[in-house]
Write a protein that binds this ligand. Structure first.
Ligand code: NAP
Length: 279
């Protein structure tokens, strides 16, 4: 078994991005809108800021109290959409229940949608057209390509069908010529599907939902899950149990999560280039 080392890839690619940004006429700008003070969101936004500043980007963090009115968020997005110094806009999820997350997400101009979550970008990806692609699935394709793991013609099984991970992963795998099956909470006999996968991507959010009996010998296993228990992080895959059965596996932490922040800044650079044709 070989470990798919997201940390190593991120370190390498960050240096490449840094060099590229150094040659830009102005610093790319990312605006992150956060609502409330959720501890996990604080950590995620903090990580994004740290990487952004390391890369030499401008990072604008707009934080609203949890009872903020939707209109104020929409007006803020409108302003950022018109701001030429801002190349990317990200709304940190989850949002409190009184806010319409879909409406807010879709207010972001699709050319600044560095999370790739607007309906326009989701549709473009589904149609295999150039778009800003959601960060986590994009990072997974990058891991596979870095390790020269072929996708074309492979039997790919994805567990989870969220807009953030599972669905865009389905499109990306299909666009890379895999044969794809997607499973979810209504799938009966999950094992029947997962055990046939050449590449298994698991994005559920349930600790160790996948054990060795559910994995084919020599499979490539991509664990997206992040589950916190007693201050420790666990994946959706029972790593210790599965690692000797597969050919490659991502660790948690140190795997997919590392690639997500990298993909965000790759998207920011792409948006910068799309919106600044003079560079
Ligand atoms: P989500 O929106 O909650 O979606 C979870 C998916 O899992 C749903 O499609 C659900 O099916 C499916 N599911 C639930 N129970 C299942 C079961 N018993 N069998 C099969 N499928 C089942 O979660 P998400 O946003 O995609 O995130 C998934 C996990 O990845 C979480 O742990 C999250 O923290 C993590 N994550 C990590 C990163 C990273 O950078 N590493 C990024 C994003 C997310 P239904 O649709 O039928 O409900």
């Amino acid at each position: 078994m070989e470990l798919l080392d997201g940390k190593k890839i991120k370190l390498e690619k960050i240096q490449e991005l840094k060099k590229e940004i150094n040659n830009f006429k102005r610093k790319p700008g990312l605006a992150v809108i956060q609502v409330g003070d959720d501890p996990a969101s604080n950590v995620y936004v903090g990580n994004k800021e740290k990487t952004g500043l390391e890369l030499g980007c401008n990072f604008e963090h707009i934080k609203f109290p949890s009872d903020v009115k939707e209109d104020l968020i929409l007006a803020t997005i409108d302003k950022l959409n018109d701001d030429m110094s801002i190349d990317g806009i990200l709304v940190q999820m989850p949002l409190p229940d009184h806010l319409n997350a879909t409406k807010i997400q879709n207010r972001v101009c699709h050319k600044k949608d560095v999370d790739g979550l607007t309906d326009i970008n989701a549709g473009l990806l589904m149609h295999n057209k150039d778009s800003l692609i959601p960060c986590t699935p994009n990072g997974i394709i990058e891991i596979l390509k870095y390790y020269d793991i072929p996708i074309s013609g492979k039997n790919v099984v994805i567990v989870g069908r969220s807009e953030l991970v599972g669905r865009p992963m389905l499109s990306l795998m299909l666009n890379n010529n895999a044969t794809v099956t997607i499973c979810h909470s209504y799938t009966s006999n999950l094992k029947e599907f997962t055990s046939k996968a050449d590449i298994l991507v698991v994005a559920v959010g349930k600790k160790h939902i996948i054990d060795a009996s559910m994995v084919k010998d020599g499979a490539v296993v991509i664990d997206v899950g992040i589950n916190r228990e007693d201050g420790k992080l666990y994946g959706d895959v029972d790593f210790e149990n599965v690692k000797d059965k597969c050919s490659y596996i991502t660790p948690v932490p140190g795997g997919v999560g590392q690639m997500t922040v990298l993909s965000l800044y790759q998207n920011l650079l792409k948006a910068y280039k799309m919106n600044n044709l003079d560079i």
